[in-house]
Write a protein that binds this ligand. Sequence first.
Ligand SMILES: Nc1ncnc2c1ncn2[C@@H]1O[C@H](COP(=O)(O)OP(=O)(O)OP(=O)(O)O)[C@@H](O)[C@H]1O
Ligand SMILES: O=P(O)(O)O[C@H]1[C@H](OP(=O)(O)O)[C@@H](OP(=O)(O)O)[C@@H](O)[C@@H](O)[C@@H]1OP(=O)(O)O
Ligand SMILES: [Mg+2]
Ligand SMILES: [Mg+2]
Length: 352
Amino acid sequence: MVSGGRVGGGEGEGEVAAVEVAAVAVADEEEVAQAPAAARELVVGYALTSKKAKSFLQPKLRGLARKKGILFVAIDQKRPLSDQGPFDIVLHKLTGREWQQLLEEYREEHPEVTVLDPPGAIEHLLNRQSMLQEVSELDLSDCHGRVGVPKQLFVNTDPSSIPAAVMRAGLSLPLVAKPLVAKSHELSLAYDPISLTKLEPPLVLQEFVNHGGVLFKVYIVGDAIRVVRRFSLPNVDVGDLPNNAGVFRFPRVSCASANADDADLDPHVAELPPRPLLEILARELRRRLGLRLFNIDMIREHGTRDRFYVIDMNYFPGYGKMPGYEHVFTDFLLSLVQKEYKRRPSYSSCEG
Ligand SMILES: Nc1ncnc2c1ncn2[C@@H]1O[C@H](COP(=O)(O)OP(=O)(O)OP(=O)(O)O)[C@@H](O)[C@H]1O
Ligand SMILES: O=P(O)(O)O[C@H]1[C@H](OP(=O)(O)O)[C@@H](OP(=O)(O)O)[C@@H](O)[C@@H](O)[C@@H]1OP(=O)(O)O
Ligand SMILES: [Mg+2]
Ligand SMILES: [Mg+2]
């Protein structure tokens, strides 16, 4: 399945322990070198932070992958990609212009390698102003429910002018203030106009939507969709707003929130979004964004059955927290090369 070059690897990036990664790379190299051509493994090069490699490449994933003939090899982002591998697939979640450039050049030189996902497509999700654009353009009003985006406003002005800008845009308090850069998770909730002046632009201000304290994490891996419930921020009593002045900061709230799948919840709050709605949403976003690995954070407006909002999307989210991710992910990786194989002219001519 591999295509020229040689398998290598090393220090994936600054945070990766060189010794540990080098050891992995050597083991991987021997394995591939010894494999007979026909039985060669599917080689997946990965460029991830050490935190991500730990949460994603868990022993249960590596073990199942090995059984299915998939080999994960650390990429050394300081060496030319073409000197490493050869890879069938490159899996990555690193930011930075240099890396993006390297990867784009590699994609041009090696169109036979599947890069998950193209850096240009990922960029769309790295900025909270562009992140939800496609969702707001979709008209999913007749698909077993309605999906929209909370009213939001991008602000990059002097903080003292935020209250007026919010008023002009017709946004209602309270507002969730989110750093423009999606990588930053320093969120806060502003209850009153004065607290808006304490925020630090550039920001996206989003209307807070009551949703009964439960959020749906919709994980997408190619064509597969899995949903889990997570605890979220509780409802805000609008009648109580005058007593709730100030900025309430909640950094990293999403990661800190526990899984709510087994909790004893109000069934109206806990009911998962309808499957057909998720199927259409995922299919459309995959197509429009050109991404295969992402998640959608969805909430149901409290007191409704079918009014949903997408509040966040993340590239290559924490799949380690998705039940059965090792099966879903390995099947997905294998499906990519099967699709590629079917596309080859020699294969079609055999089919006659
Ligand atoms: N518009 C909103 N209405 C109600 N609650 C919201 C809204 N936006 C965010 N929240 C709450 O704040 C949490 C964090 O918001 P968001 O998901 O946008 O941040 P994030 O830091 O990008 O999260 P992640 O770790 O998923 O990337 C959500 O999980 C939800 O509990
Ligand atoms: O590990 P990473 O750095 O990619 O962190 C991601 C984190 O995954 P982790 O759970 O593996 O930490 C995700 O958690 P889930 O909500 O999907 O569980 C989510 O918070 C992403 O937004 C984070 O990506 P970032 O926005 O910071 O790039
Ligand atoms: Mg989120
Ligand atoms: Mg996010």
